[in-house]
Design a protein around this ligand. Structure first.
Ligand SMILES: *Cc1c(COP(=O)(O)O)cnc(C)c1O
Length: 232
């Protein structure tokens, strides 16, 4: 179930039953971030309830640690049990891969998936058997300095803000959430949408059809200017 408001979230909780909660750290289309503090305050009203908190930080988890927003991922401030971060987004892996980071307690208390012919249990994620992708992701993370990651993070966030301000200048409805590198906006003509292969979404509250631009490291200001000029 997906909730827009903490009150809706609270209504869905069933006292006496455990809650599995996934916090979004950057939704795919709009780059929205769940307010952990507010949602944790709701959960705190039910001290008997068993709660597992997972964070979906597929894209944002790559860059947020290198920004002034890093505290939103600090477990000492808002505790969570696990987090998933894609390798093929911010880190630029050339094949699907990801990081799943969890507490030792969770790791040691998995539901054992026993494989009879191995006479063992398998502490791994299904379909994650590539021998090379973990090494490649490890290589990227270890051969990029903190300063380089920080520079990339600053670049994409600054450029997203610049893009949003350019939309504002030409009076084209556009939005940018806090901590986000994803600018979403009123969907342009089919011709332009097709040319840039823009992903579609729909939100009645914002006037209907939408598109977005995820400002990744390779999205240059020149490229964005060309797009804005076409829109104009
Ligand atoms: C991309 C994305 C996913 C999917 O992650 P994959 O690692 O590509 O499977 C999940 N959640 C969010 C918020 C995403 O942006």
């Amino acid at each position: 179930m997906i909730f827009r408001l903490p009150e809706e979230f609270e209504k869905a909780l069933v006292p006496g039953k455990p809650a599995l909660v996934v916090y979004a750290m950057g939704t795919t289309f709009k780059g929205g971030i769940d307010d952990q503090e507010k949602l944790n305050a709701v959960l705190a009203k039910y001290p008997q309830m068993e709660v597992y908190r997972h964070i979906d930080a597929a894209l944002f988890g790559g860059y947020l640690p290198h920004t002034k927003y890093k505290d939103v991922l600090n477990r000492n401030i808002q505790p969570y049990d696990s987090i998933a971060i894609s390798g093929h987004k911010f880190f630029g892996m050339d094949e699907p891969s990801g990081l799943f980071i969890t507490t030792r307690t969770v790791r040691d208390n998995q539901n054992p998936y026993s494989v009879s012919y191995l006479n063992a249990t398998m502490p791994m994620i299904n379909c994650s058997r590539s021998a090379t992708s973990p090494i490649k992701l490890w290589w990227i993370i270890n051969h990029t300095t903190k300063e380089d990651f920080a520079a990339q993070a600053t670049q994409i966030l600054d450029r997203a803000e610049w893009l949003k301000s350019e939309f504002d200048k030409i009076g084209w409805p556009a939005w940018l959430e806090p901590m986000s590198n994803t600018v979403y906006f009123k969907r342009p003509s089919e011709e332009i949408a097709k040319m840039y292969n823009l992903a579609p979404d729909y939100d009645e509250r914002l006037g209907g059809d939408l598109s977005h631009i995820v400002v990744m490291q390779h999205v240059t200001e020149n490229r964005l200017r060309e797009f804005l000029d076409l829109l104009k």
